[in-house]
Design a protein around this ligand. Structure first.
Ligand SMILES: [Zn+2]
Length: 460
């Protein structure tokens, strides 16, 4: 009798997973591009257990457990799950989503638009995964942004989400005023500090500042407001991302303590002073080249979509773009401000190439949610534009994996394929080191050690 009791006790002590069979997955034979910038390892192996990478390397160096479930990935390429480090979930990318840019509130009220966006979040999340994107940073929006992060955390088919709360700004467009506005103006340094404190209880992943300087405004006063917000954030252990697109405001933002510069410097070529400021504090420089194109194509009614945008973009969003052309201009207060054609080699592209060559940490991101910039597939178009600017494919991958993970503040957990990190990865059918467009040839997507089954119903 004693013996039986002992056996029972021993059985109970065996961990549950051992009795249920293996939870170990091995991806065998692919070229592994690990996101550190190193050339891919051919004929590799990745051992995944309990959501994390247990071992990784050339196949000969990796011990494959006998009970593992193996995935044959010979002739395939594995990259870390992509991260779009700049999106806005409060914007759908349809024509009704920015009434401050084009005012169609007579056609669809702003509240109707916001309700629709919230209802559609699960589908929007799935579009990211289908696009190979397992992490997303929401760069600022209404206070309900924090519940978006919560919703993503408990939704199986959702990327990992980091968020900032309302943008603290030196200017606010009147059309975006709601009970829970995405942008709030700080009139004084004290107000800026108070706006940071208002977000702290919600544990923002960082604080976002919208530094808008218009002709005639007092730059010195505005810089003090930005500096106060940055100081208050730092005191509370929070990093600061600043939207500043002119060389002058970008430098002021760096001096005020920005950790992340959002968008590109677009008014002129950057100078040595700027480069030194960026390098001194190892600031992350975020591109968002594609957002300009999105606005131009939709507002000018000259939309041209890549295959992956057509396939994975939200059809309900895309169909609104053509609606814009059918609305009489007399029904649009303020009309439509069309955009000039792109220059052959815009200054944003030149700045990107220059900064990359000096070793600045570049982050490839989209500003998805803005009119014309689709949640999900837009990141692949961003990559194409970065390549046009002269960035090599391996560096583009680093910019949207390792460096983007740093924007999330989760670089120790995700962003590269290394032992101990979460198994977030994409299996590709073609080599992205040769042509960055091959990141679109997605075979399978894994998040947290589990393959995501992308079904048409998920993207309805
Ligand atoms: Zn943005």
């Amino acid at each position: 009798m004693k013996k039986t009791a002992l056996v029972l006790a021993l059985l109970a002590a065996i961990p549950l997973f051992a009795r249920q069979g293996s939870t170990i997955t091995v991806i065998l034979g692919p070229t592994i591009i690990d996101g550190t910038g190193r050339q891919g390892i051919r004929n590799g192996a990745i051992v995944i257990e309990n959501g994390r990478i247990r071992d990784i390397g050339p196949r000969g160096n990796v011990r494959v457990p006998a009970n593992a479930k193996t995935i044959d990935a010979k002739d395939k390429y594995v990259i870390p799950g992509l991260i779009d480090a700049h999106v806005h979930f409060f914007q759908s990318s349809d024509v009704y989503t920015r009434p401050d840019v084009v005012d169609l509130r007579k056609q669809r009220s702003y509240n109707t638009e916001l309700d629709w966006i919230k209802e559609r979040l699960p589908v929007t999340f799935a579009r990211y995964l289908a696009s190979g994107i397992t992490g997303v940073v929401d760069c600022g929006g209404p206070m309900w942004n924090f519940s978006v992060r919560e919703l993503a955390a408990k939704t199986k088919n959702a990327p990992r989400v980091a968020v900032a709360g309302p943008l603290i700004s030196t200017y606010v467009p009147p059309a975006l005023q709601t009970a829970d506005p995405p942008i709030i103006k700080a009139n004084t340094p004290a107000e800026a500090r108070e706006l940071v404190r208002r977000q702290v209880d919600n544990k923002p992943d960082f604080i976002k500042i919208w530094f808008i300087h218009r002709p005639g405004e007092n730059l010195e006063e505005q810089t003090q407001i930005v500096k106060a917000a940055a100081d208050e954030a730092r005191m509370r252990g929070l990093r600061v991302a600043v939207h500043a697109t002119e060389l002058m405001t970008a430098k002021a933002a760096l001096e005020a303590g920005a950790d992340i510069l959002v968008h590109s410097v677009s008014d002129r070529l950057v100078d040595n002073e700027f480069i030194n400021l960026v390098k001194k504090r190892d600031v992350l420089y975020m591109t968002t080249l594609v957002v300009e194109e999105g606005y131009r194509e939709v507002l000018n009614q000259q939309v041209s979509l890549s295959e992956i945008e057509q396939r994975l973009g939200d059809p309900k969003v895309i169909e609104t773009w053509a609606q814009l052309g059918k609305i009489p201009l007399s029904d649009i207060p303020g009309g439509i401000r069309t955009r000039p054609a792109r220059e052959t080699r815009p200054v944003t592209f030149q700045n990107l190439a220059l900064l990359e060559s000096t070793g600045v940490r570049i982050v490839g991101a989209t500003d998805a949610g803005n009119i014309g910039t689709l949640h999900g597939p837009a990141l692949h178009r961003e990559f194409e534009l970065m390549a046009e600017a002269g960035i090599r494919p391996l560096e583009i991958i680093v910019s949207a994996t390792k460096n983007a993970a740093a924007v999330m503040g989760r670089q120790t957990e995700v962003g590269t394929l290394e032992k101990g990190k979460f198994a977030d990865l994409v299996i590709l059918d073609a080599d992205p080191q040769i042509d960055i467009k091959n990141t679109r040839k997605i075979s399978r997507v894994m998040k947290n050690g589990e393959f995501i089954e992308i079904t048409p119903g998920m993207l309805r």
